[in-house]
Design a protein around this ligand. Structure first.
Ligand code: G3I
Length: 368
């Protein structure tokens, strides 16, 4: 076990690589010029003693899983609750992690508080949006490196067209650009992302996202990046490495930064060699993204099978994350390490790092 210590700015020390038994992912990622992140929950920092050391030891980027969302930060108009989000931002800063803010506006009607969903007057709705973004992005100005300004604006069923919600109904499609303009005004230093689910495999939803992004850019909306989620269910929606690269490149070609923002790979209990399959899928997701220079961040939606939204969504046993419920590294950890190493920038004059990385990647692929 690697016994390196990470000295926090606060003077606390946490074991680095405590859960992985190998070089910490964040060290390999740094050489690859990419952020490696996990979604995290403030409550678990307090209640599960094994949680924080692995989070801070392995990852250099943190996304609050629920704590920065509208229902959590402004449950009633003008009443703000920042304690849990503050705890995560403080934790990230203490451990040299960047923060991805998630999310200022989740365009799903059930993810918006009732008082917003019930507002029918366009000006009142605009005021709610302005006040919310001003308060939340303002509180973390200069501390959140990238914001998922708008999350999942596309229709989830048809896959094309915008999702129906109160903003679309009363402000029209321009609500998306308005949210980005407000975010830029409030925190000019943050990178602004549009984050979408279900596009990594290509198809109509991917095309719809590309059209939307082109429209936003054409109308001068301050959009810096696209976040591509990665909730994968093995056997159902498993994109090839080449497909991921194609999708990522399409957004990079528009001049945008791209990140994989919410990876988890569910593998049913009956799937043969399921952890090896999972490692291969994870390697393909990362490999496809990292093949494109504009791919700057890889975030998993959690990191231990002990705490995953998939258990609530589908029931337990799908083991979607990198570490098992006892915080032991799974084969996917090695796949992440190898794929990151393959993009490592070699030390000047040696070329060794790249050669080592490529060899490690080839070995992983052979094993899979
Ligand atoms: O913490 C309470 C608990 O005290 C209570 O007993 C329980 C009863 O339902 O609820 C718990 O809160 C839940 C929370 O997760 C923590 O588990 C909320 O009800 C539940 O709505 C919340 O779900 C989160 C969901 O977003 C909605 O915010 C998931 O954890 C989170 O993983 C999920 O993340 C989304 C991304 O933001 C966007 N992309 C898809 C992704 C997965 O749905």
């Amino acid at each position: 076990m690697v016994a390196l210590l990470l000295l926090a700015r606060t003077g606390h020390a946490l074991p680095v690589g405590a859960g992985a038994g190998g070089e910490p992912l964040r060290a390999v990622a740094a050489r690859a010029g990419v952020a490696i992140g996990a979604a995290a929950r403030a409550l678990l920092l307090e209640t599960d003693p094994r949680y924080a050391p692995v989070l801070a030891g392995e990852f250099d980027s943190l996304t609050p899983e629920i704590e920065m969302k509208w229902p959590q930060t402004e449950p009633e108009p003008g009443r703000f609750v920042f304690g849990p989000a503050d705890a995560l931002v403080d934790f990230a800063e203490a451990h040299g992690m960047r923060v991805r803010g998630h999310t200022l506006l989740w365009a799903d009607p059930v993810r918006i508080p009732d008082y917003v969903a019930r507002t029918g007057d366009p000006e009142a709705l605009r005021t709610l949006l302005r006040n919310h973004i001003t308060a939340v992005a303002g509180r973390y100005r200069g501390r959140v490196e990238a914001w998922d300004v708008v999350n999942e604006p596309l229709d989830p069923i048809r896959g094309t067209g915008l999702r129906s919600n109160v903003f679309l109904e009363h402000l029209g499609p321009a609500y998306i650009g308005e949210a980005f303009r407000l975010a830029r005004e409030v925190d000019p230093s943050a990178q602004l992302f549009l984050n979408e689910i279900g596009v990594l495999s290509g198809g109509p939803k991917f095309e719809a996202l590309l059209d939307l992004v082109r429209d936003l850019l054409a109308t001068g909306v301050p959009l810096d990046g696209v976040g591509l989620q990665g909730h994968i269910f093995a056997g159902l929606n498993t994109p090839s490495r080449e497909r991921v690269e194609e999708v990522v490149r399409s957004f990079a070609d528009l001049g945008l930064v791209v990140e994989l923002t919410e990876i988890d790979v569910s593998v049913g209990p009956a799937v043969p060699d399921r952890l090896e399959l999972q490692a291969r899928i994870v390697g393909d997701l990362l490999g496809g993204c990292l093949a494109v220079e504009a791919c700057r961040g890889i975030t998993f939606w959690g990191f231990t099978d002990r705490h995953t939204w998939i258990d609530d969504f589908l029931g337990p046993g799908r083991a979607p994350l990198l570490f098992d419920a006892e915080y032991r590294p799974k084969p996917a950890v090695e796949a992440v390490r190898a794929t990151l190493a393959a993009r490592a920038v070699p030390e000047p004059g040696t070329g060794l790092a790249l050669a080592t990385g490529l060899a490690a990647l080839a070995a992983t692929r052979r094993r899979a």
